[in-house]
Design a protein around this ligand. Structure first.
Ligand code: AGP
Length: 608
Protein backbone atom coordinates (compact mmCIF):
# COMPACT_ATOMS: atom_id res chain seq x y z
CA UNK A 1 0.00 0.00 0.00
CA UNK A 2 1.38 3.47 -0.85
CA UNK A 3 0.51 7.09 -0.26
CA UNK A 4 0.03 9.69 -2.98
CA UNK A 5 -0.55 13.45 -2.87
CA UNK A 6 -0.98 16.14 -5.52
CA UNK A 7 -1.33 19.95 -5.43
CA UNK A 8 -2.29 22.68 -7.86
CA UNK A 9 -2.67 26.33 -6.82
CA UNK A 10 -0.72 29.55 -6.45
CA UNK A 11 1.60 28.45 -3.62
CA UNK A 12 4.93 26.65 -3.98
CA UNK A 13 3.84 23.04 -4.30
CA UNK A 14 6.89 21.12 -2.99
CA UNK A 15 6.73 22.00 0.74
CA UNK A 16 2.96 21.38 0.82
CA UNK A 17 3.36 18.03 -0.90
CA UNK A 18 6.11 16.83 1.45
CA UNK A 19 4.14 18.05 4.48
CA UNK A 20 1.13 16.09 3.30
CA UNK A 21 3.22 13.05 2.38
CA UNK A 22 4.60 12.82 5.91
CA UNK A 23 1.04 12.31 7.14
CA UNK A 24 0.74 9.34 4.77
CA UNK A 25 4.03 7.69 5.61
CA UNK A 26 2.21 5.11 7.75
CA UNK A 27 0.97 3.72 4.42
CA UNK A 28 4.43 2.78 3.28
CA UNK A 29 7.98 3.92 3.82
CA UNK A 30 10.30 1.95 1.54
CA UNK A 31 10.96 5.00 -0.67
CA UNK A 32 9.54 8.43 -1.55
CA UNK A 33 9.66 10.98 -4.33
CA UNK A 34 8.24 14.18 -5.79
CA UNK A 35 7.70 15.66 -9.27
CA UNK A 36 7.04 19.39 -9.84
CA UNK A 37 6.31 21.31 -13.02
CA UNK A 38 8.53 24.40 -13.14
CA UNK A 39 9.44 26.43 -16.28
CA UNK A 40 7.45 24.04 -18.46
CA UNK A 41 9.45 20.98 -17.48
CA UNK A 42 9.09 18.24 -14.91
CA UNK A 43 11.63 18.22 -12.07
CA UNK A 44 11.78 14.92 -10.15
CA UNK A 45 13.55 13.88 -6.95
CA UNK A 46 13.25 10.43 -5.33
CA UNK A 47 15.18 7.86 -3.32
CA UNK A 48 14.81 4.88 -0.98
CA UNK A 49 14.19 5.31 2.75
CA UNK A 50 11.87 7.41 4.88
CA UNK A 51 10.92 10.93 3.85
CA UNK A 52 13.04 12.68 6.47
CA UNK A 53 16.12 10.63 5.53
CA UNK A 54 15.65 11.35 1.82
CA UNK A 55 15.03 15.05 2.46
CA UNK A 56 18.28 15.31 4.39
CA UNK A 57 20.09 13.70 1.44
CA UNK A 58 18.55 15.45 -1.57
CA UNK A 59 16.33 18.28 -0.25
CA UNK A 60 12.90 17.38 -1.55
CA UNK A 61 11.46 20.91 -1.34
CA UNK A 62 13.90 23.10 -3.28
CA UNK A 63 11.85 22.56 -6.44
CA UNK A 64 10.02 25.63 -7.80
CA UNK A 65 6.54 25.33 -9.26
CA UNK A 66 2.92 25.30 -8.08
CA UNK A 67 1.80 22.00 -9.58
CA UNK A 68 3.14 18.67 -8.44
CA UNK A 69 2.69 15.13 -7.17
CA UNK A 70 4.48 13.07 -4.52
CA UNK A 71 4.52 9.47 -3.32
CA UNK A 72 5.63 7.19 -0.47
CA UNK A 73 5.99 3.51 -1.36
CA UNK A 74 5.30 0.10 0.15
CA UNK A 75 6.78 -2.18 -2.49
CA UNK A 76 4.47 -4.59 -4.29
CA UNK A 77 6.17 -4.92 -7.72
CA UNK A 78 9.92 -4.51 -8.01
CA UNK A 79 12.55 -4.31 -5.32
CA UNK A 80 13.12 -1.39 -2.97
CA UNK A 81 15.54 0.73 -5.02
CA UNK A 82 15.73 4.30 -6.37
CA UNK A 83 14.69 3.31 -9.92
CA UNK A 84 11.50 1.74 -8.59
CA UNK A 85 10.64 4.72 -6.41
CA UNK A 86 7.78 6.90 -7.66
CA UNK A 87 7.11 9.25 -9.48
CA UNK A 88 7.60 7.46 -12.78
CA UNK A 89 7.61 9.08 -16.24
CA UNK A 90 7.18 8.25 -19.90
CA UNK A 91 9.96 8.25 -22.52
CA UNK A 92 9.57 11.95 -23.27
CA UNK A 93 9.78 13.00 -19.62
CA UNK A 94 6.71 15.17 -20.18
CA UNK A 95 4.37 12.96 -18.13
CA UNK A 96 4.90 12.04 -14.47
CA UNK A 97 2.74 9.70 -12.43
CA UNK A 98 2.32 8.38 -8.88
CA UNK A 99 0.27 5.27 -8.14
CA UNK A 100 -1.15 3.25 -5.28
CA UNK A 101 -2.44 -0.19 -6.26
CA UNK A 102 -1.56 -3.14 -8.47
CA UNK A 103 -2.00 -3.36 -12.26
CA UNK A 104 -2.89 -7.01 -12.89
CA UNK A 105 -2.18 -6.96 -16.68
CA UNK A 106 0.98 -4.85 -16.62
CA UNK A 107 3.17 -7.56 -18.14
CA UNK A 108 1.18 -7.84 -21.37
CA UNK A 109 0.83 -4.06 -21.60
CA UNK A 110 4.58 -3.68 -21.07
CA UNK A 111 5.34 -6.21 -23.82
CA UNK A 112 3.17 -4.24 -26.27
CA UNK A 113 4.81 -0.95 -25.32
CA UNK A 114 8.31 -2.41 -25.58
CA UNK A 115 7.41 -3.68 -29.04
CA UNK A 116 6.49 -0.09 -29.93
CA UNK A 117 9.91 1.09 -28.81
CA UNK A 118 9.16 2.42 -25.33
CA UNK A 119 12.15 2.40 -22.97
CA UNK A 120 11.54 1.42 -19.34
CA UNK A 121 13.64 2.52 -16.38
CA UNK A 122 12.00 0.46 -13.61
CA UNK A 123 10.51 -2.98 -12.80
CA UNK A 124 7.26 -1.45 -11.57
CA UNK A 125 3.75 -1.94 -12.88
CA UNK A 126 3.23 1.81 -12.41
CA UNK A 127 5.66 2.90 -15.12
CA UNK A 128 3.56 1.03 -17.67
CA UNK A 129 0.73 3.50 -17.06
CA UNK A 130 2.99 6.48 -17.84
CA UNK A 131 4.02 4.96 -21.20
CA UNK A 132 0.43 3.96 -21.98
CA UNK A 133 -0.68 7.56 -21.48
CA UNK A 134 2.23 8.72 -23.66
CA UNK A 135 1.13 6.26 -26.35
CA UNK A 136 -2.33 7.86 -26.34
CA UNK A 137 -1.20 11.46 -25.87
CA UNK A 138 -2.04 14.02 -28.53
CA UNK A 139 -2.19 17.26 -26.59
CA UNK A 140 -4.98 16.20 -24.18
CA UNK A 141 -3.72 14.61 -20.96
CA UNK A 142 -7.26 13.93 -19.72
CA UNK A 143 -8.27 12.15 -22.93
CA UNK A 144 -5.01 10.21 -23.09
CA UNK A 145 -5.47 9.08 -19.50
CA UNK A 146 -9.06 7.98 -20.10
CA UNK A 147 -7.92 5.88 -23.07
CA UNK A 148 -5.07 4.34 -21.08
CA UNK A 149 -7.34 3.47 -18.15
CA UNK A 150 -9.63 1.52 -20.46
CA UNK A 151 -6.75 -0.89 -21.16
CA UNK A 152 -5.81 -1.36 -17.51
CA UNK A 153 -7.02 -4.16 -15.21
CA UNK A 154 -6.39 -3.76 -11.52
CA UNK A 155 -6.37 -1.33 -8.63
CA UNK A 156 -5.12 2.22 -8.94
CA UNK A 157 -5.16 5.61 -7.27
CA UNK A 158 -3.25 7.88 -9.65
CA UNK A 159 -1.82 11.40 -9.66
CA UNK A 160 -0.70 12.58 -13.11
CA UNK A 161 0.92 15.79 -14.41
CA UNK A 162 2.03 16.79 -17.93
CA UNK A 163 4.52 19.58 -18.65
CA UNK A 164 2.64 20.50 -21.85
CA UNK A 165 -0.48 21.21 -19.74
CA UNK A 166 0.84 22.91 -16.57
CA UNK A 167 -2.65 24.02 -15.53
CA UNK A 168 -4.06 20.54 -14.84
CA UNK A 169 -3.67 17.85 -12.18
CA UNK A 170 -5.26 14.52 -13.07
CA UNK A 171 -6.50 12.11 -10.39
CA UNK A 172 -8.06 8.70 -11.04
CA UNK A 173 -9.21 5.87 -8.88
CA UNK A 174 -10.19 2.21 -9.05
CA UNK A 175 -10.25 0.05 -5.89
CA UNK A 176 -7.61 2.18 -4.12
CA UNK A 177 -8.68 5.12 -1.96
CA UNK A 178 -8.39 8.65 -3.36
CA UNK A 179 -9.86 11.93 -2.19
CA UNK A 180 -9.89 15.46 -3.58
CA UNK A 181 -9.29 18.41 -1.25
CA UNK A 182 -11.31 21.44 -2.37
CA UNK A 183 -9.64 24.75 -1.45
CA UNK A 184 -9.92 28.40 -2.44
CA UNK A 185 -7.66 29.12 -5.44
CA UNK A 186 -6.03 25.73 -4.88
CA UNK A 187 -7.01 22.08 -5.03
CA UNK A 188 -5.28 18.89 -3.97
CA UNK A 189 -5.68 15.14 -3.94
CA UNK A 190 -4.44 12.40 -1.60
CA UNK A 191 -4.80 8.78 -0.56
CA UNK A 192 -6.17 9.74 2.85
CA UNK A 193 -7.61 12.70 4.76
CA UNK A 194 -4.70 13.64 7.13
CA UNK A 195 -2.54 14.60 4.11
CA UNK A 196 -4.75 17.51 3.08
CA UNK A 197 -6.15 18.79 6.41
CA UNK A 198 -3.66 21.66 6.59
CA UNK A 199 -5.05 22.94 3.27
CA UNK A 200 -8.78 22.22 3.58
CA UNK A 201 -11.36 20.03 5.31
CA UNK A 202 -13.71 19.99 2.33
CA UNK A 203 -13.21 16.71 0.54
CA UNK A 204 -14.70 14.73 -2.33
CA UNK A 205 -14.40 10.94 -2.20
CA UNK A 206 -13.71 9.53 -5.65
CA UNK A 207 -15.42 6.26 -6.50
CA UNK A 208 -14.12 3.37 -8.58
CA UNK A 209 -13.53 4.11 -12.28
CA UNK A 210 -13.69 7.87 -11.80
CA UNK A 211 -11.22 10.46 -13.03
CA UNK A 212 -10.89 14.03 -11.81
CA UNK A 213 -9.38 17.03 -13.57
CA UNK A 214 -8.18 19.61 -11.04
CA UNK A 215 -7.24 23.19 -11.92
CA UNK A 216 -6.35 25.78 -9.34
CA UNK A 217 -9.89 27.20 -9.31
CA UNK A 218 -12.04 24.19 -10.15
CA UNK A 219 -12.40 20.42 -10.35
CA UNK A 220 -14.42 18.09 -12.55
CA UNK A 221 -15.14 14.40 -11.98
CA UNK A 222 -15.73 12.15 -14.99
CA UNK A 223 -16.62 8.52 -15.58
CA UNK A 224 -14.34 6.49 -17.86
CA UNK A 225 -16.83 7.35 -20.62
CA UNK A 226 -15.79 10.99 -20.21
CA UNK A 227 -19.22 12.04 -18.94
CA UNK A 228 -19.23 14.45 -15.99
CA UNK A 229 -20.40 13.09 -12.61
CA UNK A 230 -21.80 15.34 -9.89
CA UNK A 231 -20.08 14.68 -6.55
CA UNK A 232 -20.92 16.02 -3.12
CA UNK A 233 -18.39 17.75 -0.90
CA UNK A 234 -18.00 16.22 2.60
CA UNK A 235 -16.82 18.36 5.51
CA UNK A 236 -14.25 16.45 7.61
CA UNK A 237 -14.65 16.96 11.39
CA UNK A 238 -11.00 16.10 12.05
CA UNK A 239 -8.50 18.98 12.13
CA UNK A 240 -4.83 18.79 11.27
CA UNK A 241 -3.91 18.66 14.97
CA UNK A 242 -5.92 15.47 15.51
CA UNK A 243 -3.72 13.91 12.90
CA UNK A 244 -0.69 15.11 14.79
CA UNK A 245 0.81 13.43 17.86
CA UNK A 246 -0.30 16.22 20.21
CA UNK A 247 2.62 15.82 22.53
CA UNK A 248 2.79 12.04 22.71
CA UNK A 249 6.03 10.31 21.75
CA UNK A 250 4.24 8.10 19.23
CA UNK A 251 0.89 7.98 17.48
CA UNK A 252 0.28 4.57 19.07
CA UNK A 253 0.51 5.97 22.62
CA UNK A 254 -1.64 8.96 21.67
CA UNK A 255 -4.27 6.66 20.21
CA UNK A 256 -4.25 4.37 23.27
CA UNK A 257 -4.96 7.46 25.38
CA UNK A 258 -7.66 8.64 22.99
CA UNK A 259 -9.78 5.54 23.69
CA UNK A 260 -12.12 7.11 26.29
CA UNK A 261 -12.94 9.91 23.85
CA UNK A 262 -13.11 7.57 20.86
CA UNK A 263 -15.61 5.38 22.71
CA UNK A 264 -17.71 8.36 23.79
CA UNK A 265 -17.76 9.61 20.18
CA UNK A 266 -18.65 6.12 18.94
CA UNK A 267 -21.52 5.76 21.43
CA UNK A 268 -22.72 9.28 20.69
CA UNK A 269 -26.08 9.30 18.91
CA UNK A 270 -26.62 5.56 19.41
CA UNK A 271 -28.09 5.67 22.93
CA UNK A 272 -31.15 7.62 23.99
CA UNK A 273 -33.11 7.30 27.25
CA UNK A 274 -31.24 4.14 28.22
CA UNK A 275 -32.16 2.52 24.92
CA UNK A 276 -30.02 1.65 21.89
CA UNK A 277 -31.01 3.39 18.65
CA UNK A 278 -29.09 2.45 15.48
CA UNK A 279 -30.70 4.64 12.82
CA UNK A 280 -27.87 3.90 10.33
CA UNK A 281 -28.13 0.13 10.63
CA UNK A 282 -30.06 0.03 7.34
CA UNK A 283 -32.02 -3.10 8.30
CA UNK A 284 -35.78 -3.12 9.04
CA UNK A 285 -37.08 -4.77 12.20
CA UNK A 286 -38.56 -7.44 9.97
CA UNK A 287 -35.19 -8.13 8.32
CA UNK A 288 -33.47 -8.26 11.72
CA UNK A 289 -36.04 -10.63 13.19
CA UNK A 290 -35.40 -13.00 10.26
CA UNK A 291 -31.61 -13.13 10.70
CA UNK A 292 -30.71 -16.79 11.26
CA UNK A 293 -26.93 -16.50 11.16
CA UNK A 294 -24.28 -13.80 11.15
CA UNK A 295 -20.99 -14.21 9.29
CA UNK A 296 -18.21 -11.84 10.34
CA UNK A 297 -15.35 -11.27 7.88
CA UNK A 298 -12.22 -9.33 8.81
CA UNK A 299 -8.43 -9.46 9.11
CA UNK A 300 -5.92 -9.08 11.94
CA UNK A 301 -7.09 -7.06 14.90
CA UNK A 302 -10.49 -6.54 13.29
CA UNK A 303 -10.83 -10.32 13.14
CA UNK A 304 -10.16 -10.44 16.88
CA UNK A 305 -12.98 -7.91 17.31
CA UNK A 306 -15.17 -10.30 15.35
CA UNK A 307 -14.36 -13.13 17.78
CA UNK A 308 -15.47 -10.95 20.71
CA UNK A 309 -18.58 -10.01 18.72
CA UNK A 310 -19.38 -13.71 18.34
CA UNK A 311 -19.52 -14.09 22.13
CA UNK A 312 -21.66 -10.98 22.50
CA UNK A 313 -24.19 -11.88 19.78
CA UNK A 314 -24.55 -15.54 20.76
CA UNK A 315 -24.70 -14.80 24.49
CA UNK A 316 -27.14 -11.88 24.46
CA UNK A 317 -28.98 -11.99 21.11
CA UNK A 318 -28.93 -15.81 20.68
CA UNK A 319 -27.91 -15.50 17.00
CA UNK A 320 -25.44 -18.11 15.67
CA UNK A 321 -22.24 -16.42 14.51
CA UNK A 322 -19.28 -17.59 12.43
CA UNK A 323 -16.13 -15.49 12.31
CA UNK A 324 -14.00 -15.91 9.20
CA UNK A 325 -10.62 -14.68 8.09
CA UNK A 326 -11.61 -12.60 5.06
CA UNK A 327 -8.64 -13.94 3.08
CA UNK A 328 -9.88 -17.53 3.59
CA UNK A 329 -13.59 -16.78 3.18
CA UNK A 330 -13.18 -15.21 -0.26
CA UNK A 331 -11.56 -18.28 -1.82
CA UNK A 332 -13.70 -20.95 -0.16
CA UNK A 333 -16.89 -20.64 -2.22
CA UNK A 334 -18.81 -20.08 1.05
CA UNK A 335 -22.44 -21.08 1.53
CA UNK A 336 -24.58 -17.97 2.06
CA UNK A 337 -28.22 -18.51 3.03
CA UNK A 338 -31.07 -16.09 2.39
CA UNK A 339 -31.34 -14.89 5.97
CA UNK A 340 -27.61 -14.59 6.62
CA UNK A 341 -26.19 -11.22 7.58
CA UNK A 342 -22.53 -10.56 6.77
CA UNK A 343 -20.68 -8.05 8.93
CA UNK A 344 -17.38 -6.74 7.54
CA UNK A 345 -15.11 -5.13 10.14
CA UNK A 346 -12.31 -2.86 9.00
CA UNK A 347 -10.62 0.18 10.54
CA UNK A 348 -9.29 1.49 7.23
CA UNK A 349 -12.20 0.29 5.13
CA UNK A 350 -9.60 -0.50 2.45
CA UNK A 351 -8.27 -3.95 3.34
CA UNK A 352 -8.26 -5.80 0.03
CA UNK A 353 -9.10 -9.23 1.47
CA UNK A 354 -12.03 -7.89 3.49
CA UNK A 355 -13.32 -5.90 0.52
CA UNK A 356 -13.09 -8.96 -1.71
CA UNK A 357 -14.81 -11.15 0.91
CA UNK A 358 -17.77 -8.82 1.20
CA UNK A 359 -18.04 -8.58 -2.59
CA UNK A 360 -18.11 -12.41 -2.70
CA UNK A 361 -20.84 -12.51 -0.04
CA UNK A 362 -22.79 -9.78 -1.84
CA UNK A 363 -22.59 -11.72 -5.09
CA UNK A 364 -24.21 -14.65 -3.24
CA UNK A 365 -27.08 -12.48 -2.07
CA UNK A 366 -26.06 -11.59 1.48
CA UNK A 367 -26.78 -8.20 3.01
CA UNK A 368 -23.58 -6.51 4.14
CA UNK A 369 -23.33 -4.39 7.25
CA UNK A 370 -19.86 -2.95 7.73
CA UNK A 371 -18.11 -1.44 10.74
CA UNK A 372 -15.52 1.08 9.52
CA UNK A 373 -13.50 3.96 10.89
CA UNK A 374 -13.02 5.89 7.64
CA UNK A 375 -15.97 7.72 6.15
CA UNK A 376 -16.44 7.01 2.47
CA UNK A 377 -13.91 4.16 2.43
CA UNK A 378 -14.22 1.43 -0.19
CA UNK A 379 -15.68 -1.15 2.21
CA UNK A 380 -18.14 1.42 3.55
CA UNK A 381 -19.33 2.28 0.06
CA UNK A 382 -19.55 -1.34 -1.03
CA UNK A 383 -21.82 -2.20 1.94
CA UNK A 384 -25.60 -2.25 2.24
CA UNK A 385 -25.18 -0.12 5.38
CA UNK A 386 -22.36 1.10 7.62
CA UNK A 387 -21.97 1.75 11.32
CA UNK A 388 -18.96 4.02 11.76
CA UNK A 389 -16.62 3.92 14.70
CA UNK A 390 -15.74 7.53 15.45
CA UNK A 391 -12.24 6.84 16.71
CA UNK A 392 -10.70 9.63 14.63
CA UNK A 393 -7.62 9.08 12.43
CA UNK A 394 -5.66 6.02 13.54
CA UNK A 395 -2.13 6.60 12.25
CA UNK A 396 -0.11 4.08 14.26
CA UNK A 397 0.13 0.81 12.34
CA UNK A 398 -0.94 -1.10 15.45
CA UNK A 399 -4.69 -0.73 15.80
CA UNK A 400 -5.80 0.27 19.31
CA UNK A 401 -8.63 2.83 19.63
CA UNK A 402 -10.29 1.49 16.50
CA UNK A 403 -10.36 -2.00 18.05
CA UNK A 404 -12.09 -0.96 21.28
CA UNK A 405 -14.48 1.21 19.24
CA UNK A 406 -15.30 -1.81 17.07
CA UNK A 407 -16.16 -3.75 20.24
CA UNK A 408 -18.51 -0.94 21.27
CA UNK A 409 -20.33 -1.07 17.93
CA UNK A 410 -20.60 -4.88 18.18
CA UNK A 411 -22.03 -4.52 21.70
CA UNK A 412 -24.60 -1.97 20.48
CA UNK A 413 -25.58 -4.19 17.54
CA UNK A 414 -25.97 -7.10 19.98
CA UNK A 415 -28.33 -5.20 22.25
CA UNK A 416 -30.25 -3.76 19.29
CA UNK A 417 -30.73 -7.17 17.65
CA UNK A 418 -31.58 -8.79 20.99
CA UNK A 419 -34.21 -6.11 21.54
CA UNK A 420 -35.79 -6.47 18.07
CA UNK A 421 -35.82 -10.27 18.42
CA UNK A 422 -37.51 -9.90 21.82
CA UNK A 423 -34.69 -11.66 23.66
CA UNK A 424 -33.49 -8.73 25.76
CA UNK A 425 -36.04 -6.97 27.96
CA UNK A 426 -36.27 -3.20 28.49
CA UNK A 427 -34.81 -3.56 32.00
CA UNK A 428 -31.92 -5.65 30.75
CA UNK A 429 -31.25 -3.04 28.07
CA UNK A 430 -31.23 -0.35 30.73
CA UNK A 431 -28.62 -2.31 32.73
CA UNK A 432 -26.52 -3.04 29.66
CA UNK A 433 -26.56 0.63 28.67
CA UNK A 434 -25.63 1.61 32.22
CA UNK A 435 -22.63 -0.77 32.08
CA UNK A 436 -21.62 0.73 28.74
CA UNK A 437 -21.73 4.31 30.00
CA UNK A 438 -19.12 3.39 32.64
CA UNK A 439 -16.55 2.24 30.09
CA UNK A 440 -14.85 5.56 29.11
CA UNK A 441 -14.11 6.47 32.74
CA UNK A 442 -13.02 2.91 33.52
CA UNK A 443 -10.59 2.97 30.60
CA UNK A 444 -9.32 6.31 31.93
CA UNK A 445 -8.55 4.62 35.25
CA UNK A 446 -6.67 1.82 33.48
CA UNK A 447 -4.60 4.45 31.66
CA UNK A 448 -3.61 5.80 35.07
CA UNK A 449 -1.90 2.44 35.65
CA UNK A 450 0.44 3.28 32.75
CA UNK A 451 3.49 3.99 34.89
CA UNK A 452 3.17 0.58 36.60
CA UNK A 453 2.68 -1.16 33.28
CA UNK A 454 5.81 0.58 32.05
CA UNK A 455 7.64 -0.79 35.11
CA UNK A 456 6.41 -4.32 34.39
CA UNK A 457 7.57 -4.03 30.78
CA UNK A 458 11.13 -3.38 31.97
CA UNK A 459 11.30 -7.02 33.17
CA UNK A 460 10.36 -8.44 29.81
CA UNK A 461 11.61 -6.27 26.95
CA UNK A 462 14.67 -8.46 26.40
CA UNK A 463 12.70 -11.73 26.17
CA UNK A 464 12.47 -13.54 22.83
CA UNK A 465 9.02 -15.08 23.30
CA UNK A 466 5.77 -14.64 25.19
CA UNK A 467 2.54 -16.57 25.72
CA UNK A 468 -0.89 -14.93 26.19
CA UNK A 469 -3.68 -16.98 27.76
CA UNK A 470 -7.38 -16.27 28.06
CA UNK A 471 -10.68 -18.10 28.29
CA UNK A 472 -14.14 -17.41 26.98
CA UNK A 473 -14.72 -13.85 25.79
CA UNK A 474 -11.14 -12.99 26.77
CA UNK A 475 -9.53 -15.65 24.61
CA UNK A 476 -9.68 -13.19 21.63
CA UNK A 477 -8.00 -10.64 23.92
CA UNK A 478 -5.13 -13.08 24.45
CA UNK A 479 -4.82 -13.26 20.64
CA UNK A 480 -4.98 -9.47 20.36
CA UNK A 481 -2.40 -8.92 23.10
CA UNK A 482 -0.02 -11.32 21.36
CA UNK A 483 -0.53 -9.58 18.01
CA UNK A 484 0.17 -6.16 19.53
CA UNK A 485 3.42 -7.38 21.07
CA UNK A 486 4.74 -9.10 17.97
CA UNK A 487 3.84 -6.39 15.48
CA UNK A 488 5.47 -3.49 17.34
CA UNK A 489 8.33 -5.17 19.31
CA UNK A 490 9.13 -8.10 16.98
CA UNK A 491 9.08 -10.47 20.00
CA UNK A 492 7.45 -13.76 19.03
CA UNK A 493 4.15 -14.06 20.93
CA UNK A 494 1.27 -16.50 20.77
CA UNK A 495 -2.29 -16.25 22.10
CA UNK A 496 -3.95 -19.45 23.33
CA UNK A 497 -7.12 -20.56 25.07
CA UNK A 498 -5.81 -21.15 28.63
CA UNK A 499 -7.23 -24.68 28.73
CA UNK A 500 -5.15 -25.56 25.66
CA UNK A 501 -1.90 -25.24 27.61
CA UNK A 502 -1.86 -28.92 28.56
CA UNK A 503 -2.24 -29.93 24.89
CA UNK A 504 1.21 -28.69 23.90
CA UNK A 505 2.23 -25.11 24.73
CA UNK A 506 3.04 -26.04 28.34
CA UNK A 507 6.20 -27.64 26.94
CA UNK A 508 7.41 -24.10 26.24
CA UNK A 509 7.19 -22.94 29.84
CA UNK A 510 10.38 -21.89 31.59
CA UNK A 511 11.62 -18.72 33.24
CA UNK A 512 12.42 -17.23 29.82
CA UNK A 513 8.81 -17.45 28.64
CA UNK A 514 6.63 -14.72 30.24
CA UNK A 515 2.98 -15.77 30.38
CA UNK A 516 0.34 -13.03 30.34
CA UNK A 517 -3.01 -14.29 31.63
CA UNK A 518 -6.49 -12.70 31.50
CA UNK A 519 -7.67 -13.50 35.04
CA UNK A 520 -10.54 -11.13 35.83
CA UNK A 521 -13.10 -12.26 38.44
CA UNK A 522 -16.09 -11.59 36.17
CA UNK A 523 -14.78 -14.45 34.09
CA UNK A 524 -17.07 -17.44 34.72
CA UNK A 525 -14.04 -19.71 34.35
CA UNK A 526 -11.97 -17.72 36.87
CA UNK A 527 -11.22 -20.77 39.02
CA UNK A 528 -10.10 -22.70 35.93
CA UNK A 529 -7.79 -19.84 35.02
CA UNK A 530 -6.28 -19.98 38.51
CA UNK A 531 -5.59 -23.67 37.92
CA UNK A 532 -3.89 -22.86 34.61
CA UNK A 533 -1.75 -20.29 36.41
CA UNK A 534 -0.71 -23.02 38.88
CA UNK A 535 0.29 -25.25 35.96
CA UNK A 536 2.56 -22.48 34.67
CA UNK A 537 4.03 -21.58 38.05
CA UNK A 538 4.76 -25.22 38.93
CA UNK A 539 6.99 -25.35 35.85
CA UNK A 540 8.99 -22.28 36.77
CA UNK A 541 7.04 -19.94 34.51
CA UNK A 542 6.63 -16.19 35.10
CA UNK A 543 3.02 -14.96 35.17
CA UNK A 544 1.70 -11.46 34.59
CA UNK A 545 -2.03 -11.44 35.33
CA UNK A 546 -4.65 -8.93 34.22
CA UNK A 547 -6.82 -9.01 37.34
CA UNK A 548 -9.93 -7.42 38.81
CA UNK A 549 -9.43 -4.47 41.11
CA UNK A 550 -9.58 -5.67 44.73
CA UNK A 551 -8.64 -9.28 43.95
CA UNK A 552 -5.93 -9.77 46.59
CA UNK A 553 -6.02 -13.59 46.47
CA UNK A 554 -4.48 -13.81 43.00
CA UNK A 555 -1.52 -11.61 43.95
CA UNK A 556 -0.06 -14.50 45.96
CA UNK A 557 -0.19 -16.77 42.94
CA UNK A 558 1.47 -14.67 40.23
CA UNK A 559 4.59 -12.55 39.70
CA UNK A 560 2.98 -9.33 38.44
CA UNK A 561 -0.61 -8.08 38.49
CA UNK A 562 -2.26 -5.33 36.46
CA UNK A 563 -5.70 -4.61 37.95
CA UNK A 564 -8.61 -3.36 35.86
CA UNK A 565 -12.07 -2.12 37.02
CA UNK A 566 -14.94 -4.61 37.12
CA UNK A 567 -17.77 -4.31 34.65
CA UNK A 568 -19.94 -6.99 33.06
CA UNK A 569 -18.32 -10.15 31.70
CA UNK A 570 -19.41 -9.17 28.19
CA UNK A 571 -17.64 -5.78 28.39
CA UNK A 572 -14.50 -7.05 30.15
CA UNK A 573 -12.52 -7.43 26.86
CA UNK A 574 -12.70 -3.66 26.27
CA UNK A 575 -10.98 -3.04 29.60
CA UNK A 576 -8.63 -6.07 29.56
CA UNK A 577 -7.06 -5.12 26.21
CA UNK A 578 -5.86 -1.66 27.32
CA UNK A 579 -3.02 -2.85 29.62
CA UNK A 580 -1.91 -5.23 26.87
CA UNK A 581 -1.71 -2.34 24.39
CA UNK A 582 0.40 -0.33 26.84
CA UNK A 583 2.54 -3.37 27.70
CA UNK A 584 3.33 -3.95 24.00
CA UNK A 585 3.95 -0.24 23.44
CA UNK A 586 6.47 0.14 26.29
CA UNK A 587 8.33 -3.04 25.40
CA UNK A 588 8.64 -1.90 21.77
CA UNK A 589 9.80 1.54 22.87
CA UNK A 590 12.38 0.05 25.26
CA UNK A 591 13.64 -2.09 22.39
CA UNK A 592 14.06 1.00 20.24
CA UNK A 593 11.59 -0.24 17.63
CA UNK A 594 9.87 2.14 15.22
CA UNK A 595 6.58 1.84 17.10
CA UNK A 596 4.36 3.71 14.61
CA UNK A 597 5.92 2.18 11.48
CA UNK A 598 7.06 -1.34 12.37
CA UNK A 599 9.27 -3.07 9.81
CA UNK A 600 7.55 -4.89 6.91
CA UNK A 601 4.09 -3.61 7.96
CA UNK A 602 1.70 -1.00 6.59
CA UNK A 603 -1.35 0.56 8.16
CA UNK A 604 -3.77 -0.91 5.70
CA UNK A 605 -3.19 -3.79 3.31
CA UNK A 606 -4.92 -2.53 0.18
CA UNK A 607 -3.15 -5.22 -1.82
CA UNK A 608 -3.67 -8.98 -1.44
C1 AGP B 1 -3.57 -4.50 13.75
O1 AGP B 1 -2.81 -3.89 14.77
C2 AGP B 1 -2.83 -4.61 12.44
N1 AGP B 1 -2.37 -3.32 12.02
C3 AGP B 1 -3.59 -5.37 11.39
O2 AGP B 1 -3.78 -6.69 11.85
C4 AGP B 1 -4.98 -4.80 10.99
O3 AGP B 1 -5.90 -5.01 12.04
C5 AGP B 1 -5.48 -5.57 9.76
O4 AGP B 1 -4.59 -5.34 8.70
C6 AGP B 1 -6.89 -5.18 9.35
O5 AGP B 1 -6.92 -3.82 9.00
P1 AGP B 1 -8.37 -3.10 8.85
O6 AGP B 1 -9.02 -3.13 10.19
O7 AGP B 1 -8.04 -1.71 8.40
O8 AGP B 1 -9.15 -3.87 7.84
Amino acid sequence: MCGIVGYIGSKKAAPLLIEGLKRLEYRGYDSAGIAIIGNKQILTKKDIGKIEEIHKKINLIDLNGNLGIAHCRWATHGSVCRENAHPHSDCSGKIAIVHNGIIENYNELKDKLLAKGHKFRSETDTEVIAHLIEENYNGDIKGATLKALKEIDGAYALGIICSDEPDKLIAARNESPLIIGVGKGENCMASDVPAILKLTNNVVFLDDKELAVLTKDNFKVLGLDGKEIKKEITKIEWNAEQAEKSGFKHFMLKEIYEQPKAIEETINGKISNDDVVLKDIGLSNNEISKINRILIVACGTSWHAGLVGEFMLEELAKIPVEVEYASEFRYRDPIINKNDLVIAISQSGETADTLAALKEAKKKGAKILSICNVVGSSIARESYSVLYTHAGPEIGVASTKAFTSQLIILYLITIYFGKIKGIISKDQIKNRVRDLRKIPLQIQSVLEENKYIKLHSKYFYKKANALYLGRGINYPIALEGALKLKEVSYIHAEGYPAAEMKHGPIALIDKEMPVIVMATKDDRTYKKVLANIEEVKSRGGIVIAITSEGDKEIRKRVDHTIPIPQNSYILSPILAVVPLQLFAYHIADLRGCDVDKPRNLAKSCTVE
